[in-house]
Write a protein that binds this ligand. Structure first.
Ligand code: DAH
Length: 341
């Protein structure tokens, strides 16, 4: 027998059986229906099971799966009918109208909401959008050109150590070009500049990956926001103003920014930016003036244009704002934690 015919038979049987159990009004009619459909010796379900032997061998597995499914449906109908008859209810078809008591408290639907990290991302986009930055996206699986080379990160740089990155072994074999999960959103700077002439004013927000052991402040996957502004005569004063406006908007009160000298291969000079927090300074992220080598790598003329870039951890911002002390909380998906935001 063809599989489709067998499946149709099963379906017809199920519909008939469910109807019979739903219209059973008392113990006798329920028992009669039970014997007819699931009786151990000559029940129709039993017959259908035997009929499976006639299905083409190749299709027998599919037939078996569907048979089990139908059996579950019929069992559920029996269960429901048994409970209804035992509690003196009429048949499902002729059920007396339920008594509606308007004084009972209603059942509130449980509403979900966006994850706190997604909320933060949306808010950051909003703030930077007001400052004229549009959002750019890039792939999470990257090549070494965008993750390192065009960013002026030489092959002997410690950040390129295979142990510091998630390289994708299968891709490496297939076309000889190493691929990895991006370790920073700075990759998107390159992708945007490769495809657009200056001026550029973008942010990019998304996941990055590093093989760190998870603890209160590290997780092998986290989110960054990257900013890039390229134009004529951009200076560090512009960078500081943008970061200050950004932090002030996010935290809702006047925030000061402090620069400490640092080093990143793709910026020169490079800084660590701190923001004022009460009487303390807390680390905000890395930033700097885009290195001329990076501008040249994407075909820009460093004599013509200059720019700044910055990269901040989104989890850290969100944790600060809400007083979350362990980054792992964000990824446990415990609703008791998440519903607070
Ligand atoms: N990509 C750097 C990191 O992941 C952060 C960073 C520093 C981004 C300086 C920048 C920058 O754009 O200018 O550690």
């Amino acid at each position: 027998m063809a599989l489709v015919d067998f499946l149709q038979q099963l379906e017809d049987l199920a519909v008939e059986a469910v109807t019979a159990f739903e219209s059973a009004t008392d113990a006798d009619s329920l028992e009669a229906a039970r014997v007819e459909f699931v009786g151990a010796k000559s029940g129709r379900l039993k017959a259908a099971q035997k009929g499976m032997g006639a299905v083409d061998k190749a299709d027998r597995r599919a037939a078996g799966i569907q048979f089990n499914e139908i059996k579950t449906r019929i069992d559920a109908a029996i269960q429901a009918a048994t409970e209804r008859v035992a509690s003196g209810g009429a048949s499902a078809a002729g059920k007396p109208a339920e008594i509606f008591d308007p004084t009972l408290p209603g059942q509130r639907p449980r509403l979900g909401h966006l994850h706190p990290i997604t909320q933060t991302i949306e808010e950051l986009k909003d703030i930077m959008g007001r400052l004229g930055f549009s959002v750019a996206d890039g792939p999470e699986i990257e090549d070494e050109h965008h993750n390192f080379e065009a960013l002026n990160i030489p092959s002997d740089h410690p950040a390129r150590d295979p142990l510091e990155n998630f390289y994708i072994a299968a891709a490496q074999k297939s076309n000889g070009k190493p691929l990895l999960l991006r370790s920073q959103t700075s990759t998107v700077q390159i992708r945007v500049m490769e495809n657009t002439p200056p001026p550029v004013r973008i942010i990019s927000l998304g996941r990055v990956y590093r093989p760190d052991t998870a603890d209160a402040t590290h997780y092998p996957m986290f989110h960054q926001i990257e900013g890039l502004l390229i134009d004529k005569q951009v200076t560090m004063a512009d960078l500081k103003s943008v970061l200050r406006l950004f932090a002030t908007s996010y935290l809702g009160h006047d925030v000061h920014i402090r620069f400490r000298p640092s080093f990143f291969p793709f910026t020169e000079p490079s800084v660590e930016a701190d923001m004022s927090w009460g009487d303390d300074w807390i680390e905000f992220g890395g930033a700097g003036m885009v290195d001329p080598n990076v501008l040249r790598a994407v075909g820009y003329d460093p004599e013509e244009v200059s720019g700044f870039a910055f990269g901040l951890g989104i989890e850290r911002l969100c944790m600060r704002r809400h007083g979350v002390t362990d980054i792992r909380e964000f990824y446990k998906n415990d609703v008791r934690f998440l519903h607070q935001f």
